[in-house]
Design a protein around this ligand. Structure first.
Ligand code: PLP
Ligand code: LYS
Length: 433
């Protein structure tokens, strides 16, 4: 399906993105993207620190009236510099591995006490590391995991604060690969089974049943499913308190979606609607609220800058071949995700052509856009794939022995390389002949 692209400017009146033309050249805040490409090469991930902070502060403001901690979902973008930026503003973190715990420790150690640990397959060493770090909360996803957590807490002489991640069986309209709140999904524990598991956990002095958590999926635009899921969680919390558990935390997960299109999108209104839905779901049951947004904080603050290598025709189709590929940004291939594509030089006229924008990787699935209407572009031109700040760099790979891109963070007039481009030496280093 072809989609119109924003050929004049990606900025609407309420701009959700930090990218705009100045003197016909695309900038990220103050930084000229042509100059960045010349200095750092392409493909290059570019992020605006201001936009990331702004999104985080929108969340803070929307929940200001109740006790809460925003635990940014590290998986969305796990760059150390971005974690540090958020940590310094008071963010906690939602992690899903020992590796992500290590990143938080390195980026902003004081945030360890605001870490929640999710994931269906926590390993013994990861549980141990999190216990040693004295994280805020384990979001436990199975009875077997709870037994292991109790055993490790006992072995290390620690008390493990935990929440069961319950599966509320709520449908959230999103891509099936990123929907998690139905009983057919691997995530969480059926909400009906939860009460008896809390009861048996109470017998262990190494376990502290401190909360209940839920996460129904990602890129969810309608907020009603969040309210529905939390209503079920709130009723469980009432039951658990009745059973004598000291439940202090309710973790509402992440999942708030953004608009990947060219239309105006007001993040402040979106987060306000989301906060209203969460508040409705929580009712009058008091608890410290934990939130795990990822995409909403970083997606639109970032973009992938890439250079056109070739333009070719096969039959009736035209292909724009870029130096970025599926290994640099997998979202279009994996979820048929739409990313706006804009040229770095603002087009003078209104002429367009239709093409597939594809990468150099040896897969037919290596595409960024199909039958996209584009302004005139030619080989060696730079183009920008918008809204790539979340699940972009964090889902890269070395497929086809391609080094990962570099990343730069722009903070007003300052541009900082926050990850150098990988080299072939980096790629070959772990291999043994
Ligand atoms: C447990 C958990 N928390 C938070 C998130 C972050 O989701 P999002 O980036 O959609 O806010 C995810 C990803 O879906 C997740 O699995
Ligand atoms: N990787 C997905 C989001 C998955 C969220 C993981 N819990 C995306 O790019 O949209």
């Amino acid at each position: 399906m072809s989609k119109k692209i924003a050929v004049t400017t990606p900025q609407s009146e309420v701009s959700p993105r930090p990218f705009a033309y100045r003197n016909r050249l695309l900038h990220c805040d103050e930084a000229d993207l042509t100059a960045l490409a010349a200095e750092h090469g392409t493909p290059l991930y570019v992020y605006s620190a201001q936009q990331i902070s702004h999104r985080f502060q929108l969340f803070e403001a929307a929940f200001a009236t109740r006790p809460h901690t925003i635990c940014y979902a590290v998986k969305a973008n796990s760059s150390l510099a971005i974690l540090r930026l958020l940590g310094k503003q008071g963010a906690g973190f939602d992690i899903v591995s020992g590796g992500e715990l290590k990143r938080v420790r390195k980026a902003h150690k004081p945030a360890l006490k605001k870490v929640v640990f999710s994931g269906v397959g926590k390993q013994l060493w990861e549980i141990d590391a999190a216990l040693e770090a004295d994280i805020l909360l384990f979001n436990v996803e199975s009875e077997a995991e709870l037994h292991l957590l109790a055993a490790r807490a006992k072995a290390l002489g620690k008390t493990a604060r935990f929440a069961l991640r319950v599966n509320p069986d709520v449908f959230a309209e999103t891509h099936p690969y990123i929907s998690t709140g139905l009983s057919e999904h691997k995530f969480g524990i059926g909400i009906k089974a939860a009460r008896s598991i809390y009861r048996s956990a109470k017998k262990s002095k190494w376990l502290d049943p401190a909360g209940v958590s839920v996460h129904i999926g990602s890129q969810i635009r309608k907020v009603d499913p969040f309210a529905a899921a939390l209503t079920r969680v709130t009723s469980l919390i009432a039951d658990l308190r009745h059973d004598g558990h000291n439940i202090r935390y309710v973790d509402a997960g992440g999942g708030l979606g953004i608009d990947y299109g060219a239309t105006a999108f007001d993040p402040a209104k979106q987060v306000a609607k989301y906060a209203a839905a969460i508040t409705k779901g929580l009712g009058t049951e008091p608890a410290n609220l934990l939130l795990e947004p990822g995409r909403f904080i970083v997606a639109q603050a970032g973009a992938l800058l890439t250079r056109i290598l070739y333009i070719k025709k096969n039959g009736t189709k035209t292909f724009v071949i870029t130096d970025a590929g599926i290994n640099d940004l997998i979202r279009p291939a994996l979820y048929h995700a739409h990313h706006e594509i804009i040229p770095i030089k603002q087009p003078a006229g209104k002429s367009t052509f239709t093409a597939d924008v594809v990468g150099p990787v040896c897969e037919s699935g290596d595409f960024f856009a199909r039958d996209r209407i584009l302004p005139p572009v030619k080989p060696n031109d730079l183009i920008l794939l918008l809204d790539a700040g979340a699940y972009g760099m964090s889902q890269t790979s070395n497929y086809n022995s391609r080094p990962r891109p570099a990343e730069v963070l722009i903070d007003n007039a300052t541009t900082r390389l926050i990850r150098r481009r990988e080299t072939m030496r980096d790629l070959l280093a772990p291999e043994l002949l």
